[in-house]
Design a protein around this ligand. Structure first.
Ligand code: ZN
Length: 136
């Protein structure tokens, strides 16, 4: 599998940072999915419903956001969020610096590096609550 930092960043942000998106960006994101589904589905009636109702085909704002295709739109949203929030929101492999699947993943699918046990202090912070906390 070929690694492309920009498309991995785009995927990562769309999968993990939806809260940073505007309502419009989320709306267009859902429209992209519906349009892709519409293109793949059998049957004209189903295609029409998916395209119009969920894909928002004919909505001038959405159509213009997607005039260059879904990927340029997804990338520009990713770039905006990165500029606003900084690189710290991206989980990268400590060894190869590539983008990891999720914010909490501790294994790199690109180079195979696994750092589950590398930092025990981080481990307890994220996975366990002390008994005293529970009885408070
Ligand atoms: Zn790696």
């Amino acid at each position: 599998m070929l690694y492309d930092d920009e498309s991995e960043l785009t995927r990562y942000i769309w999968n993990n940072h939806e809260p940073h998106m505007t309502d419009f960006e989320r709306r267009v994101g859902r429209a992209i999915l519906a349009r892709q589904k519409a293109a793949a589905v059998e049957g004209e009636a189903m295609k029409r419903t998916l395209s119009k109702r969920w894909g928002l085909v004919g909505d001038p704002e959405v159509d213009s956001a997607l005039s260059a295709g879904p990927e340029p739109f997804r990338r520009s949203v990713g770039k905006r969020i990165l500029l606003e929030c900084g690189d710290a929101i991206v989980n990268r492999c400590p060894r190869c610096r590539r983008v990891i699947r999720t914010p909490r993943a501790r294994q790199c699918l690109w180079c195979g590096h696994d750092w589950h046990k590398a930092d025990p202090s981080m481990e307890t912070m994220t996975t366990s609550v002390s008994p005293e906390r529970l009885t408070e």
